[in-house]
Every structure is written in C-alpha cells, then in structure tokens.
Design a protein around this ligand. Structure first.
Ligand SMILES: Cc1cc2nc3c(=O)[nH]c(=O)nc-3n(C[C@H](O)[C@H](O)[C@H](O)COP(=O)(O)OP(=O)(O)OC[C@H]3O[C@@H](n4cnc5c(N)ncnc54)[C@H](O)[C@@H]3O)c2cc1C
Length: 80
C-alpha cells in the first residue's frame, strides 16, 4: 500500500510518536494513520532506556510552560 493511502504519517515509535498517534486516533478516528519505526519493536531507543522518573516540574520556574506541562503531563501519565 503506497503512502498516498494515508492521511498522516508519524515517524518513530518512541513515546512521542506513540503518544501523538494515540491522540490523533482519538481526536480524528477517521484519519488513516501510518506509524513508521525503523526497529523491529517499539520503544527500542530513549523511551525503552530511560530512568522511569515522572518529572513533577519542581526544578522549573514556577508558572513557566515547562513547569505547567510537567504537572499536566504527570497527571495524564498516571491516569493512562
Ligand atoms: C539515559 C536517559 C534517561 C532518561 N530518563 C528520563 C526520565 O527518568 N524521565 C523522563 O521523563 N525522561 C527521561 N529521559 C528522556 C526520555 O526518555 C526521552 O525524552 C523520550 O524517551 C524521547 O522520546 P522520543 O519518542 O522523542 O524518542 P525515542 O524514544 O528515541 O524514539 C524515537 C524513535 O524513532 C525511531 N526512528 C528514528 N529515526 C527513524 C527513521 N528514519 N525511520 C523510522 N523510525 C525512526 C527510533 O528507532 C525510535 O524508536 C531519559 C533519556 C535518557 C537517554
């Protein structure tokens, strides 16, 4: 099947590609999505080799975008 059969291609099945694919599929269920990964399994690079720390945002300037996304992301990750 050629790439013209898909509406959206995401390259890389680490946490960013996978999370993007999940969110796009939820928001736009009719969109034909292609997720490409060069390895034979998902999460073979950084995503599968990190320290497993969920950052709480305490090291960032209060009210900054980084601090805010840490708080929102931590909550979303725990819910997931
Ligand atoms: C040692 C270490 C410890 C860490 N500890 C933490 C932590 O405790 N907490 C935390 O929140 N973050 C941590 N991080 C950061 C976190 O792991 C990364 O920010 C995150 O995993 C990056 O995800 P990613 O999807 O962007 O990249 P990756 O997980 O690297 O995914 C990229 C994917 O793209 C694929 N790819 C690349 N090029 C192509 C191509 N041309 N075609 C197809 N596929 C391709 C790769 O094979 C890979 O699967 C750590 C990182 C490291 C390295």
């Amino acid at each position: 099947m050629g790439s013209s059969h898909f509406d959206l291609t995401i390259i890389g099945a680490g946490i960013i590609g996978l999370a993007t694919a999940m969110e796009m599929a939820e928001r736009y269920p009719r969109v034909k999505l292609l997720l490409l990964e060069k390895e034979n399994q998902i999460a073979r690079h950084q995503t599968g080799h990190n320290s497993g720390v969920i950052h709480g945002g305490i090291y960032y300037k209060p009210g900054s975008l980084k601090a805010e996304t840490c708080v929102v992301g931590r909550k979303a990750l725990l819910e997931l």
